[in-house]
Design a protein around this ligand. Structure first.
Ligand code: NAP
Length: 310
């Protein structure tokens, strides 16, 4: 068991954490980024990013990798490790999931959020066997098949456009009669010959069968909220995009959270515990965009640098 003291421990290696690492390393703060999976974050699961200034079009995986390389180039240490607890103090004491520990004079929470489950019958039963939360990861399995996408936000519409390249048909089921996604991608989806819509409708069940010991999805049941009638849409795949849940379980209520579990931070990105900061998707009120995530990471480091200097 080793204990090392860093100026800054950044928890989360997505755009926020890696941008923070670039700024911190360049400010000569001894910095470690702790990332449970692969550096890059959720953007790595996005097919195409078209709204990061200076880069009109890039795959999410490549952008995530560029953030990673950039942070490493300027000396940030990246460790593949989940954090299981933080004990406040001077310094903070972090225990990692592998049992090792480290100490840091400040902590930046940049753990982001993950896809929310819908909690309908069949969702868990067919997860990974037709039910997915990531079109870029799983879409290939639905080439020339019919798929259903649930939701009306940026994720649902963007991923529907991606799926339409592969699938025979994409049906977007949305609980209202208007999408909340950005207009530019709405227009593309509304005009797409392979994409159709079930407005004012919710998904009530995911139906499937087991054949030769393998389960797979065959259809979804949909309730039209206006007519109160139920119908079935044949589909091999169901992609669920109904919002995000913050990755804050490991905090065990250490810092103040809002009612949805996002971390409450002030305009200096400081949480309810001095020395612990929060930025990007995990921060309550943050606009979930890559440009905002990176900007918040950089701004938080400026505040952390002042805190460390005091
Ligand atoms: P979101 O914007 O919260 O949209 C979730 C969608 O799911 C909404 O249309 C919502 O309907 C619907 N919904 C929520 N709960 C539901 C339920 N129980 N049953 C049926 N439908 C339900 O989530 P998101 O699309 O994952 O986006 C998350 C954040 O990331 C957003 O801030 C988004 O702008 C950002 N993002 C940005 C980009 C980009 O800039 N290219 C790409 C992806 C995501 P209502 O509309 O009726 O509320």
């Amino acid at each position: 068991m080793t204990t090392e003291i860093y100026d800054l421990a950044i928890i989360g290696g997505g755009p926020t954490g890696l941008a923070a690492a670039i700024y911190a390393a360049r400010a000569s703060l001894r910095t470690v980024v702790l990332e449970r999976f692969l550096p890059g974050g959720m953007v790595s699961n996005t097919m195409t990013v078209e709204n990061y200034p200076g880069i009109p079009e890039i795959s999410g995986a490549e952008l995530g990798e560029r953030f990673h390389e950039h942070a490493v180039k300027y000396g940030a240490e990246i460790r593949i490790a989940g954090v299981s607890s933080i004990i406040p103090g001077k310094p903070f004491h972090l225990t990692l999931e592998d049992g090792s520990t480290l100490e840091a004079r400040s902590v930046l929470l940049a753990t982001g959020a993950h896809a929310r489950h819908l909690d309908v019958p069949g969702e868990m039963e067919y997860a990974g066997m037709g039910v997915s939360y990531c079109a870029v990861c799983d879409g290939w399995a639905f080439r020339d098949k019919d798929v259903v996408v649930l939701g009306g936000g940026d994720s649902a519409v963007e991923e529907s456009l991606y799926l339409a390249r592969l699938a025979r048909s994409v049906t977007i089921v949305h609980r209202r009669d208007a999408l909340r996604a950005q207009k530019i991608i709405q227009e593309r989806a509304l005009a797409h010959p392979k994409i159709s819509f079930r407005w004012n409708s919710i998904l009530t069940e995911i139906v499937g069968v087991e054949e030769a010991g393998m389960k797979h999805v065959t259809s979804v049941r949909v309730l039209d909220l206006l007519t109160e009638t139920e119908s079935e849409i044949p589909a091999s795949g169901v992609f669920i995009y109904v919002g995000m849940v913050p990755n804050t379980a490991f905090l065990h209520d250490l810092v103040a959270l809002d009612k949805e579990g996002f971390v409450i931070a002030d305009s200096a990105f400081s949480t309810s515990i001095p020395g612990i900061y929060a930025a990007g998707d995990v921060r309550s009120g943050s606009w979930r965009q890559i440009i905002i995530a990176t900007a918040e990471g950089a701004q938080a480091v400026r505040e952390i640098d002042c805190y460390l200097g005091e």
